[in-house]
Ligand binder design. Structure first.
Ligand SMILES: *Cc1c(COP(=O)(O)O)cnc(C)c1O
Length: 418
Protein backbone atom coordinates (compact mmCIF):
# COMPACT_ATOMS: atom_id res chain seq x y z
CA UNK A 1 0.00 0.00 0.00
CA UNK A 2 1.53 3.32 -1.02
CA UNK A 3 2.20 5.97 1.63
CA UNK A 4 -0.35 8.39 0.19
CA UNK A 5 -3.17 6.05 1.25
CA UNK A 6 -2.46 7.09 4.84
CA UNK A 7 -4.70 9.91 6.13
CA UNK A 8 -1.62 11.80 7.28
CA UNK A 9 -0.46 12.03 3.64
CA UNK A 10 -3.89 12.94 2.26
CA UNK A 11 -5.48 9.47 2.06
CA UNK A 12 -8.96 8.60 3.27
CA UNK A 13 -9.37 8.57 7.06
CA UNK A 14 -10.37 5.19 8.55
CA UNK A 15 -12.66 6.48 11.28
CA UNK A 16 -15.13 9.36 11.00
CA UNK A 17 -15.67 9.47 14.75
CA UNK A 18 -12.68 10.04 17.05
CA UNK A 19 -11.73 6.67 18.48
CA UNK A 20 -10.95 6.65 22.18
CA UNK A 21 -11.79 4.03 24.77
CA UNK A 22 -14.16 6.04 26.98
CA UNK A 23 -13.53 5.70 30.69
CA UNK A 24 -15.07 5.36 33.21
CA UNK A 25 -18.15 3.36 32.26
CA UNK A 26 -21.41 5.11 33.10
CA UNK A 27 -23.77 2.28 33.94
CA UNK A 28 -27.46 2.38 34.97
CA UNK A 29 -26.33 1.22 38.44
CA UNK A 30 -23.97 4.22 38.70
CA UNK A 31 -26.68 6.66 37.57
CA UNK A 32 -29.09 5.21 40.10
CA UNK A 33 -26.75 5.24 43.09
CA UNK A 34 -25.59 8.82 42.41
CA UNK A 35 -29.17 10.11 42.33
CA UNK A 36 -29.98 8.16 45.48
CA UNK A 37 -26.91 9.57 47.20
CA UNK A 38 -27.85 13.09 46.11
CA UNK A 39 -31.17 12.75 47.95
CA UNK A 40 -29.51 11.21 50.97
CA UNK A 41 -26.40 13.28 51.72
CA UNK A 42 -23.96 15.51 49.85
CA UNK A 43 -21.53 15.74 52.73
CA UNK A 44 -20.62 12.97 55.15
CA UNK A 45 -18.93 14.16 58.33
CA UNK A 46 -17.98 10.88 59.94
CA UNK A 47 -17.34 7.30 58.91
CA UNK A 48 -20.84 6.37 57.79
CA UNK A 49 -23.04 5.85 54.75
CA UNK A 50 -21.43 5.39 51.36
CA UNK A 51 -18.05 6.58 52.68
CA UNK A 52 -17.94 3.79 55.27
CA UNK A 53 -19.25 1.24 52.76
CA UNK A 54 -16.59 2.11 50.21
CA UNK A 55 -13.76 2.17 52.74
CA UNK A 56 -14.79 -1.16 54.23
CA UNK A 57 -15.22 -2.89 50.88
CA UNK A 58 -11.92 -1.53 49.54
CA UNK A 59 -10.10 -2.56 52.72
CA UNK A 60 -11.70 -6.03 52.58
CA UNK A 61 -10.69 -6.55 48.93
CA UNK A 62 -7.10 -5.81 49.97
CA UNK A 63 -7.28 -7.59 53.32
CA UNK A 64 -6.29 -4.48 55.24
CA UNK A 65 -7.80 -3.31 58.53
CA UNK A 66 -8.24 0.42 57.94
CA UNK A 67 -9.36 2.47 54.94
CA UNK A 68 -9.52 6.26 54.69
CA UNK A 69 -11.04 8.06 51.73
CA UNK A 70 -9.56 11.42 50.80
CA UNK A 71 -10.33 14.15 48.29
CA UNK A 72 -7.56 12.98 45.92
CA UNK A 73 -4.67 10.57 45.53
CA UNK A 74 -2.34 13.48 46.21
CA UNK A 75 -4.18 14.13 49.50
CA UNK A 76 -3.89 10.42 50.37
CA UNK A 77 -0.12 10.59 49.76
CA UNK A 78 0.16 13.73 51.89
CA UNK A 79 -1.84 12.03 54.66
CA UNK A 80 0.35 8.93 54.40
CA UNK A 81 3.66 10.80 54.71
CA UNK A 82 2.23 12.96 57.50
CA UNK A 83 1.00 9.90 59.40
CA UNK A 84 4.49 8.40 59.22
CA UNK A 85 5.82 11.53 60.88
CA UNK A 86 7.93 12.53 57.90
CA UNK A 87 9.06 16.15 58.15
CA UNK A 88 11.95 18.63 57.92
CA UNK A 89 15.39 17.10 57.32
CA UNK A 90 13.92 13.73 56.38
CA UNK A 91 14.64 12.17 53.02
CA UNK A 92 12.27 9.89 51.14
CA UNK A 93 13.54 7.85 48.21
CA UNK A 94 11.04 8.26 45.38
CA UNK A 95 10.89 6.94 41.83
CA UNK A 96 12.12 9.32 39.14
CA UNK A 97 9.78 7.60 36.70
CA UNK A 98 6.30 8.25 38.13
CA UNK A 99 3.58 10.86 37.98
CA UNK A 100 4.97 13.75 40.02
CA UNK A 101 2.15 13.64 42.61
CA UNK A 102 3.89 10.64 44.22
CA UNK A 103 6.61 12.94 45.58
CA UNK A 104 5.05 16.41 45.64
CA UNK A 105 3.40 16.33 49.10
CA UNK A 106 6.86 15.86 50.65
CA UNK A 107 7.70 19.49 49.86
CA UNK A 108 4.71 20.61 51.97
CA UNK A 109 6.11 18.62 54.89
CA UNK A 110 9.61 20.03 54.49
CA UNK A 111 10.95 16.60 53.61
CA UNK A 112 13.16 16.01 50.60
CA UNK A 113 12.33 13.52 47.85
CA UNK A 114 15.50 11.82 46.61
CA UNK A 115 15.03 10.43 43.14
CA UNK A 116 15.93 6.87 42.14
CA UNK A 117 16.01 5.42 38.64
CA UNK A 118 13.80 2.58 37.41
CA UNK A 119 14.78 -0.63 35.65
CA UNK A 120 14.30 -1.09 31.89
CA UNK A 121 10.63 -1.86 32.52
CA UNK A 122 9.75 1.32 34.44
CA UNK A 123 9.74 -0.26 37.91
CA UNK A 124 11.74 1.33 40.72
CA UNK A 125 15.12 -0.45 40.75
CA UNK A 126 15.90 -1.97 44.17
CA UNK A 127 19.68 -1.60 43.79
CA UNK A 128 19.23 2.14 43.05
CA UNK A 129 17.30 2.55 46.31
CA UNK A 130 20.19 1.07 48.27
CA UNK A 131 22.70 3.46 46.73
CA UNK A 132 20.68 6.49 47.87
CA UNK A 133 20.15 5.58 51.52
CA UNK A 134 21.70 8.11 53.93
CA UNK A 135 21.37 8.84 57.64
CA UNK A 136 18.45 11.11 56.78
CA UNK A 137 16.45 8.53 54.82
CA UNK A 138 13.12 7.77 56.52
CA UNK A 139 11.04 6.09 53.86
CA UNK A 140 10.79 4.69 50.36
CA UNK A 141 7.88 5.45 48.06
CA UNK A 142 7.19 3.20 45.08
CA UNK A 143 4.78 3.51 42.15
CA UNK A 144 3.55 0.45 40.29
CA UNK A 145 3.84 2.14 36.92
CA UNK A 146 1.13 1.49 34.36
CA UNK A 147 -0.15 -1.28 36.64
CA UNK A 148 3.03 -3.37 36.61
CA UNK A 149 4.03 -4.24 40.20
CA UNK A 150 7.56 -3.40 41.37
CA UNK A 151 9.77 -6.10 42.86
CA UNK A 152 8.12 -5.89 46.26
CA UNK A 153 9.97 -8.73 47.95
CA UNK A 154 13.32 -7.04 47.28
CA UNK A 155 12.07 -3.53 48.10
CA UNK A 156 10.30 -4.60 51.29
CA UNK A 157 13.48 -6.43 52.38
CA UNK A 158 15.61 -3.32 51.78
CA UNK A 159 13.18 -1.23 53.84
CA UNK A 160 13.14 -3.75 56.65
CA UNK A 161 16.93 -4.08 56.74
CA UNK A 162 17.43 -0.31 56.84
CA UNK A 163 14.50 0.47 59.11
CA UNK A 164 12.65 2.55 56.50
CA UNK A 165 8.93 3.08 56.07
CA UNK A 166 7.41 1.92 52.80
CA UNK A 167 4.59 3.72 50.98
CA UNK A 168 3.08 2.29 47.80
CA UNK A 169 1.45 4.56 45.24
CA UNK A 170 -1.00 2.20 43.54
CA UNK A 171 -2.76 4.88 41.47
CA UNK A 172 -2.12 2.89 38.26
CA UNK A 173 -2.51 -0.48 39.86
CA UNK A 174 -6.02 -1.12 41.26
CA UNK A 175 -6.33 -4.90 41.37
CA UNK A 176 -2.68 -5.61 40.50
CA UNK A 177 -0.96 -8.40 42.43
CA UNK A 178 2.56 -9.48 43.27
CA UNK A 179 3.21 -13.03 44.53
CA UNK A 180 -0.55 -13.46 44.79
CA UNK A 181 -0.92 -10.50 47.17
CA UNK A 182 -2.52 -7.13 46.34
CA UNK A 183 -0.16 -4.25 45.70
CA UNK A 184 -0.52 -1.62 48.40
CA UNK A 185 -0.19 -4.23 51.14
CA UNK A 186 3.59 -4.73 51.17
CA UNK A 187 4.48 -1.67 53.19
CA UNK A 188 3.14 0.57 55.94
CA UNK A 189 0.59 2.41 53.82
CA UNK A 190 -0.82 1.96 50.32
CA UNK A 191 -2.65 4.70 48.46
CA UNK A 192 -4.82 4.69 45.33
CA UNK A 193 -6.03 7.68 43.34
CA UNK A 194 -9.70 7.52 42.35
CA UNK A 195 -9.36 10.34 39.81
CA UNK A 196 -11.53 10.10 36.70
CA UNK A 197 -9.04 8.25 34.48
CA UNK A 198 -8.06 5.63 37.01
CA UNK A 199 -9.26 2.01 36.99
CA UNK A 200 -11.59 2.74 39.93
CA UNK A 201 -12.80 6.26 39.20
CA UNK A 202 -14.75 8.63 41.43
CA UNK A 203 -13.92 11.67 39.29
CA UNK A 204 -11.85 13.07 42.11
CA UNK A 205 -10.86 11.12 45.21
CA UNK A 206 -8.26 8.91 46.78
CA UNK A 207 -7.98 6.19 49.40
CA UNK A 208 -5.35 5.06 51.84
CA UNK A 209 -5.10 1.62 53.44
CA UNK A 210 -3.05 0.47 56.41
CA UNK A 211 -3.05 -2.23 59.05
CA UNK A 212 -1.65 0.16 61.65
CA UNK A 213 -4.16 1.87 63.92
CA UNK A 214 -1.87 4.76 64.80
CA UNK A 215 -1.08 5.52 61.14
CA UNK A 216 -4.80 5.46 60.34
CA UNK A 217 -5.48 7.85 63.21
CA UNK A 218 -2.73 10.27 62.27
CA UNK A 219 -3.79 10.32 58.64
CA UNK A 220 -7.25 11.33 59.86
CA UNK A 221 -5.79 14.09 62.02
CA UNK A 222 -4.42 15.83 58.95
CA UNK A 223 -7.58 15.94 56.87
CA UNK A 224 -10.61 14.55 58.72
CA UNK A 225 -11.20 16.78 61.73
CA UNK A 226 -14.08 16.87 64.16
CA UNK A 227 -16.88 14.29 63.81
CA UNK A 228 -14.87 11.65 62.03
CA UNK A 229 -11.75 12.07 64.13
CA UNK A 230 -13.78 12.06 67.36
CA UNK A 231 -15.57 8.89 66.25
CA UNK A 232 -12.54 7.02 64.95
CA UNK A 233 -9.41 8.08 66.87
CA UNK A 234 -8.08 6.04 69.77
CA UNK A 235 -9.47 7.93 72.78
CA UNK A 236 -6.56 6.83 74.96
CA UNK A 237 -3.94 8.23 72.57
CA UNK A 238 -2.17 11.51 73.34
CA UNK A 239 -3.17 12.92 69.95
CA UNK A 240 -6.89 12.50 70.68
CA UNK A 241 -6.90 16.00 72.21
CA UNK A 242 -6.48 17.37 68.63
CA UNK A 243 -9.47 15.45 67.25
CA UNK A 244 -11.87 18.43 67.09
CA UNK A 245 -9.66 20.71 65.02
CA UNK A 246 -7.38 18.20 63.38
CA UNK A 247 -3.98 19.58 62.43
CA UNK A 248 -4.67 21.82 59.50
CA UNK A 249 -6.29 20.48 56.36
CA UNK A 250 -9.59 19.12 55.13
CA UNK A 251 -9.34 16.14 52.81
CA UNK A 252 -12.85 14.65 52.86
CA UNK A 253 -14.08 13.05 49.64
CA UNK A 254 -17.33 13.83 47.85
CA UNK A 255 -20.11 11.29 48.46
CA UNK A 256 -21.43 11.54 44.87
CA UNK A 257 -18.09 10.56 43.39
CA UNK A 258 -17.60 7.81 45.93
CA UNK A 259 -21.09 6.43 45.28
CA UNK A 260 -20.28 6.40 41.56
CA UNK A 261 -17.02 4.54 42.17
CA UNK A 262 -18.66 2.14 44.63
CA UNK A 263 -20.56 0.46 41.79
CA UNK A 264 -17.23 -0.35 40.08
CA UNK A 265 -15.63 -2.17 43.00
CA UNK A 266 -17.46 -5.50 42.57
CA UNK A 267 -16.20 -5.64 38.96
CA UNK A 268 -12.54 -4.99 39.65
CA UNK A 269 -11.42 -8.62 39.79
CA UNK A 270 -13.22 -9.53 36.57
CA UNK A 271 -11.89 -6.40 34.80
CA UNK A 272 -8.32 -7.31 35.67
CA UNK A 273 -8.88 -10.84 34.40
CA UNK A 274 -10.23 -9.54 31.09
CA UNK A 275 -7.43 -7.00 30.81
CA UNK A 276 -4.91 -9.89 30.79
CA UNK A 277 -6.65 -11.36 27.74
CA UNK A 278 -6.97 -8.01 25.98
CA UNK A 279 -3.39 -6.96 26.72
CA UNK A 280 -2.21 -10.22 25.13
CA UNK A 281 -4.30 -9.48 22.04
CA UNK A 282 -2.92 -5.94 21.84
CA UNK A 283 0.62 -7.22 22.29
CA UNK A 284 0.16 -9.74 19.47
CA UNK A 285 -1.02 -6.97 17.15
CA UNK A 286 1.53 -4.33 18.06
CA UNK A 287 4.66 -6.21 19.03
CA UNK A 288 4.80 -8.34 15.90
CA UNK A 289 6.56 -5.36 14.28
CA UNK A 290 10.36 -5.30 14.36
CA UNK A 291 11.68 -2.78 16.91
CA UNK A 292 8.48 -2.71 18.99
CA UNK A 293 8.45 -4.35 22.41
CA UNK A 294 6.12 -4.26 25.42
CA UNK A 295 7.45 -2.19 28.33
CA UNK A 296 6.72 -4.97 30.82
CA UNK A 297 8.47 -8.27 31.28
CA UNK A 298 6.18 -11.29 31.56
CA UNK A 299 6.31 -12.97 34.90
CA UNK A 300 4.15 -15.55 36.61
CA UNK A 301 4.81 -13.69 39.88
CA UNK A 302 2.70 -10.71 38.91
CA UNK A 303 -0.73 -9.69 37.71
CA UNK A 304 -0.51 -6.39 35.86
CA UNK A 305 -3.61 -4.18 36.11
CA UNK A 306 -2.80 -2.70 32.67
CA UNK A 307 -3.74 0.89 33.48
CA UNK A 308 -2.49 1.18 29.89
CA UNK A 309 -0.60 -1.01 27.48
CA UNK A 310 2.77 0.67 27.05
CA UNK A 311 5.28 -0.26 24.37
CA UNK A 312 8.68 0.99 23.31
CA UNK A 313 9.84 1.82 19.80
CA UNK A 314 13.38 1.37 18.59
CA UNK A 315 13.22 3.79 15.66
CA UNK A 316 16.19 2.31 13.80
CA UNK A 317 14.79 -1.20 13.87
CA UNK A 318 11.21 -0.12 13.16
CA UNK A 319 12.19 2.15 10.29
CA UNK A 320 9.98 5.03 11.40
CA UNK A 321 9.94 7.44 14.34
CA UNK A 322 7.65 7.29 17.34
CA UNK A 323 6.22 10.69 16.45
CA UNK A 324 5.45 9.65 12.85
CA UNK A 325 3.75 6.46 14.00
CA UNK A 326 1.52 8.22 16.56
CA UNK A 327 0.69 11.08 14.18
CA UNK A 328 -0.22 8.63 11.42
CA UNK A 329 -2.45 6.53 13.72
CA UNK A 330 -4.12 9.67 15.15
CA UNK A 331 -4.69 11.08 11.65
CA UNK A 332 -6.81 7.99 10.87
CA UNK A 333 -9.13 9.10 13.71
CA UNK A 334 -7.73 6.65 16.27
CA UNK A 335 -6.78 9.07 19.05
CA UNK A 336 -6.46 6.55 21.86
CA UNK A 337 -2.87 5.73 20.98
CA UNK A 338 -0.59 8.45 22.29
CA UNK A 339 2.73 9.40 23.83
CA UNK A 340 2.57 9.64 27.64
CA UNK A 341 3.78 13.18 28.05
CA UNK A 342 2.68 14.23 31.55
CA UNK A 343 4.25 11.13 33.12
CA UNK A 344 7.71 12.59 32.68
CA UNK A 345 10.82 11.75 34.74
CA UNK A 346 10.78 13.98 37.79
CA UNK A 347 14.35 15.22 37.38
CA UNK A 348 13.17 17.35 34.46
CA UNK A 349 10.88 19.49 36.62
CA UNK A 350 12.10 22.71 38.27
CA UNK A 351 10.88 21.77 41.74
CA UNK A 352 13.18 18.73 41.77
CA UNK A 353 16.09 20.72 40.34
CA UNK A 354 15.65 23.65 42.74
CA UNK A 355 13.54 22.25 45.60
CA UNK A 356 11.46 24.69 47.67
CA UNK A 357 9.23 24.21 50.69
CA UNK A 358 7.07 26.52 52.79
CA UNK A 359 8.65 25.13 55.97
CA UNK A 360 12.38 24.66 55.33
CA UNK A 361 15.20 25.92 53.19
CA UNK A 362 16.74 22.90 51.50
CA UNK A 363 20.50 22.44 51.47
CA UNK A 364 20.58 19.04 49.82
CA UNK A 365 19.59 17.95 46.33
CA UNK A 366 16.77 15.71 45.07
CA UNK A 367 18.94 14.75 42.09
CA UNK A 368 22.09 12.84 43.02
CA UNK A 369 22.49 10.48 40.09
CA UNK A 370 21.56 10.08 36.48
CA UNK A 371 18.42 8.36 35.24
CA UNK A 372 19.25 6.55 32.00
CA UNK A 373 16.37 4.09 32.23
CA UNK A 374 13.69 6.68 33.05
CA UNK A 375 14.98 8.88 30.23
CA UNK A 376 15.01 5.96 27.80
CA UNK A 377 11.43 4.96 28.57
CA UNK A 378 10.21 8.55 28.41
CA UNK A 379 11.79 8.98 24.99
CA UNK A 380 10.49 5.71 23.50
CA UNK A 381 7.11 4.94 25.11
CA UNK A 382 3.68 4.90 23.49
CA UNK A 383 0.46 3.91 25.26
CA UNK A 384 -2.97 2.61 24.36
CA UNK A 385 -6.00 1.71 26.50
CA UNK A 386 -6.70 -1.87 27.57
CA UNK A 387 -10.47 -2.48 27.56
CA UNK A 388 -12.41 -4.37 30.24
CA UNK A 389 -14.71 -6.23 27.82
CA UNK A 390 -13.58 -9.14 25.66
CA UNK A 391 -16.72 -10.90 24.37
CA UNK A 392 -17.12 -10.93 20.58
CA UNK A 393 -18.98 -7.80 19.51
CA UNK A 394 -18.46 -6.01 22.86
CA UNK A 395 -17.12 -2.47 23.06
CA UNK A 396 -13.69 -3.76 24.07
CA UNK A 397 -13.61 -6.35 21.30
CA UNK A 398 -14.52 -3.69 18.72
CA UNK A 399 -11.90 -1.33 20.11
CA UNK A 400 -9.16 -3.92 19.64
CA UNK A 401 -10.44 -4.83 16.17
CA UNK A 402 -10.25 -1.14 15.23
CA UNK A 403 -6.77 -0.91 16.71
CA UNK A 404 -5.72 -3.87 14.56
CA UNK A 405 -7.19 -2.31 11.41
CA UNK A 406 -5.53 1.05 11.95
CA UNK A 407 -2.26 -0.51 13.06
CA UNK A 408 -1.96 -2.75 10.00
CA UNK A 409 -2.81 0.11 7.66
CA UNK A 410 -0.32 2.51 9.24
CA UNK A 411 2.56 0.03 9.52
CA UNK A 412 2.01 -1.04 5.94
CA UNK A 413 1.95 2.59 4.78
CA UNK A 414 4.96 3.73 6.78
CA UNK A 415 7.00 0.75 5.55
CA UNK A 416 6.13 1.29 1.91
CA UNK A 417 8.82 2.69 -0.37
CA UNK A 418 6.50 4.91 -2.40
C1 LIG B 1 -3.19 10.06 39.37
C2 LIG B 1 -1.97 9.81 40.15
C3 LIG B 1 -1.69 10.44 41.36
C4 LIG B 1 -2.48 11.59 41.89
O1 LIG B 1 -3.79 11.33 42.11
P1 LIG B 1 -4.86 12.51 42.14
O2 LIG B 1 -6.09 11.79 42.57
O3 LIG B 1 -4.94 13.06 40.75
O4 LIG B 1 -4.40 13.49 43.13
C5 LIG B 1 -0.57 10.08 42.07
N1 LIG B 1 0.28 9.15 41.60
C6 LIG B 1 0.07 8.53 40.43
C7 LIG B 1 1.04 7.50 39.97
C8 LIG B 1 -1.04 8.85 39.65
O5 LIG B 1 -1.23 8.26 38.47
Amino acid sequence: MPKHNLAIYGGKKLFKKDMVYDWPLITPAAEKIVVKQMHSSLSIYNKSGIIAEFEDMFAAIHERKYGLLTSSGTAALHSAFYALGIGPNDEVICPDYTFFATAMPLFQLGALPVLADCDRHGSLEPSEIEKLITKKTKAVAVTHMWGHPCDMSKIAAICKKNNLFLVEDCSHAHGARYNNKSVGTFGDIGIWSLQGQKIIAAGEGGILLTNNRELYDKAQLLGHFNKRAIQELDKAASYFQYAVTGTGLKYRSHPLGIAFAFTQLPHLKEWIKIKQINAKRIENIICSCPGITPLYPHSTKIINSYYAFVFLIDEDMAGFSREDLVKAVNAEGFLDLDIPKSTAPLHGFTIFQKPISPVVKYKDACIRKQFPNADFIYEHAVKVSVPVESKKGSRGDKFINDLETVWNKVIDGLNSKN
